[in-house]
Design a protein around this ligand. Structure first.
Ligand SMILES: C[S@@+](CC[C@H](N)C(=O)[O-])C[C@H]1O[C@@H](n2cnc3c(N)ncnc32)[C@H](O)[C@@H]1O
Length: 344
């Protein structure tokens, strides 16, 4: 690297950082002015901080994902675009969005492919979701046979390749940039070597995309390095979107715990601002999905201006040793929160 290119890359980082901060400073809570800023958090990289006092139960801000994908097991139970729950009315067999309670009938559109091993159909909760999906990914998706990639994910219990699949289609249709996740932190590959599993997933993805009528040049970005960069970021930043049970709805801790431990996973999503939140085993913020894939960041207790806002990445009800080992394994850090220090 020449001194000039170093200066340029620093400038790019600085301007990226300030545009990110500008974005964050325009993020408003439900009640009142800007509630958060992103700054350096000692010992944990970047973090999110309160810029004003926040009361328990306040919605601090909402966040829409960069990309999301329903779990394979939820394909007939959630909107293929916004992940809103959909249930079948017993009497009529009509499909209704779960949270809206209206007669807005969801429609089964078409099978992903006629010979899709999963046999699932994609369902949208509204015309607007169907239109948005068509614009950003669905028109390309409908042309391809995803059975091999889906079967691979089912067999190996994988969800990240599905998110990468949707992101690749969004990039190919210019709905987003191939660099959209660059700003997020990522796992470091051992000796920089891309694991064979990731190479295999990327090959299945590329083969399916290449079988569409889209010009092959549209997928030039989909190199092994690009794919590895996406998966490496999903590992540290992706959220499991889970439905809040009605009985948990009034209890924020129960709802947050259910969203981490529950087996009713609706899908996987990746966000920018929520990915900047660090972990604490006694968090002051919950991340919840009351309706669909739009995340709600809600205060778990009264928070003072300047305090760092933290969520929990794991089931905080586990014993200390289990929590620490799970954080170390999945996120690569040793938790030094007050609870862990006290061995609680
Ligand atoms: C989702 S990111 C959170 C934002 C991150 N700090 C950043 O700069 O982008 C998760 C990573 O943040 C760091 N982190 C989060 N919580 C932490 C904590 N309690 N202690 C130390 N590091 C933490 C770890 O490196 C972890 O892999």
């Amino acid at each position: 690297m020449t001194p000039n290119s170093i200066a340029n890359s620093k400038q790019t980082m600085t301007s990226r950082w300030s545009s990110l901060l500008r974005y964050f400073s325009s993020t408003r809570g439900s009640s009142g002015p800007v509630a958060v800023r992103v700054d350096y958090a000692p010992g944990a990289g970047r973090g999110v901080f309160a810029v004003r006092d926040i009361a328990v139960g306040d919605l601090i801000h909402t966040a829409d994902p960069v990309v999301a994908h329903p779990a394979l097991a939820s394909l007939q139970k959630a909107c293929y675009y916004c992940l809103q729950g959909i249930k079948k009315q017993q009497k009529t067999g009509r499909l209704l969005p779960v949270t809206m309670g209206s007669a807005n009938t969801a429609r089964i559109l078409s099978k992903l492919t006629p010979d899709d091993e999963t046999g699932h159909a994609s369902i949208f909760c509204s015309m607007s979701c169907e239109d948005s999906a068509a614009k950003v990914f669905y028109s390309i998706e409908k042309q391809a046979d995803w059975s091999q990639l889906h079967a691979y994910c089912s067999t190996h219990g994988l969800r990240f390749p599905l998110v990468a699949k949707r992101l690749a289609r969004m990039v190919a249709s210019s709905a987003t940039s191939e660099h959209v996740l660059d700003i997020l932190t990522h796992v470091n590959l051992s000796q920089g070597i891309i694991p064979d599993e990731w190479k295999n997933e990327r090959r299945l993805l590329l083969e399916a995309l290449m079988s569409t009528t889209v010009a092959p040049q549209s997928f030039e970005f989909l190199t092994e390095d690009w794919y590895a960069g996406i998966i490496a970021r999903l590992h540290l930043n992706a959220f499991r979107v889970e439905r809040i049970d009605e009985q948990d709805a009034g209890d924020l801790l129960a709802a947050a715990t259910a969203s981490i431990t529950g087996d009713s996973i609706v899908g996987t999503a990746i966000y920018i601002l929520p990915s900047m939140y660090n972990h604490d085993c006694d968090p002051n913020v919950n991340i919840l999905w009351p309706n669909n894939v739009t995340a709600n960041l809600v205060a778990r207790r009264d928070i003072t201006a300047g305090e760092e806002l933290r969520i929990t990445y794991i089931d905080a009800n586990m014993p200390c040793i289990a929590r620490r080992s799970s954080l170390q394994q999945a996120y690569g850090f040793v938790c030094e929160c007050d609870r862990c220090k006290e061995g609680d």
